[in-house]
Design a protein around this ligand. Structure first.
Ligand code: ADP
Ligand code: MG
Length: 242
């Protein structure tokens, strides 16, 4: 059974259709990338999984249970989430940020988990623990955001354009660190990106979104061969088509 199962998801904001009947299944260990232009519904879809977005219609099932039936706070703490802007608490140290979820969960080893998570995200805890987000580079801040999402060792990780604001070299490094972390932590991930090249590099499956729908789904190695219409256009625009 899929770890995450979305069926017929519909969401409107006034006259705007954000999700127009989306179904998606994510199996344990997969890394699914949601790719598409700005406004195509990627963030909305991602946030249905931890119930930050409530659907008008359709259903989201996580670990075999409908999210509607679960306590939303407990659900959110059980799922790692990297927001689009990183979302670090500016007046908290890196360690306090990284240890946030274990602390909220009341785990006795919350600080140790925060330190470990910083290390796993490629930041030496001895150097970075007591620093504040403003004292870090963009790439380092992104690593703290990833550490925070992973510190409670969730089985599911949601990431919204986690490498978006970084320069090319930092972006490459952060992405490689994520690939290593994802496989070693055996976490199931859903990643939003508008960069098809990035999706091809990190994902095990790619879902192309357009106007609130998934218009194509394929593993990276099949993208170039399978893409037609809009997906082919996206590939061509990224300079990635065969
Ligand atoms: P993406 O992440 O692909 O850029 P979003 O999921 O953020 O797209 O948005 C999809 C559509 O829904 C857009 O037209 C956006 O303006 C609209 N939308 C998203 N969130 C809200 C909101 N809270 N209120 C009103 N409109 C929203
Ligand atoms: Mg978005």
């Amino acid at each position: 059974m899929a770890l995450i199962q979305i069926e017929g998801a519909e969401k409107r904001y006034g006259d705007t259709v954000a999700l127009d009947g989306v179904s998606l299944r994510v199996g344990a260990g997969e890394c699914v990338a949601l790719v598409g232009e700005s406004g195509s519904g990627k963030t909305t879809l991602l946030r249905t999984i931890n119930r930050l977005t409530a659907l008008d219609r359709g259903e989201v099932v996580v670990r075999g249970e409908s999210v509607e039936a679960l306590d939303p706070v407990a659900l959110r703490r059980s799922i790692g989430y990297v927001q689009q802007d990183g979302g670090l608490i500016p007046h908290w140290t890196c360690l306090a940020n990284a240890a946030l979820v274990p602390t909220l969960l009341g785990l006795p080893d919350a600080e140790l988990r925060g330190r470990r998570a910083l290390g796993a995200a490629g930041l030496e805890a001895a150097v970075f623990a007591e620093r504040y987000p403003r004292e870090l580079s963009g790439g380092q801040r992104q690593r703290v955001a990833i550490a925070r999402a992973m510190a409670a060792e969730p089985d599911i990780l949601l990431m919204d354009e986690p490498f978006g604001a970084l320069d090319a070299i930092t972006r490459h490094e952060a992405r490689e660190a994520f690939i290593a972390l994802r496989t070693s932590a055996r976490v199931t991930a859903v990643l939003v990106t508008h960069d098809l090249g990035e999706a091809l590099r990190v994902a095990t499956r790619i879902a192309v979104m357009r106007a609130g729908r998934i218009v194509m789904e394929a593993p990276p190695e099949e993208m170039a061969g399978k893409a037609t219409g809009y997906a082919a256009e996206l590939l061509a625009r990224s300079g990635l088509s065969a």
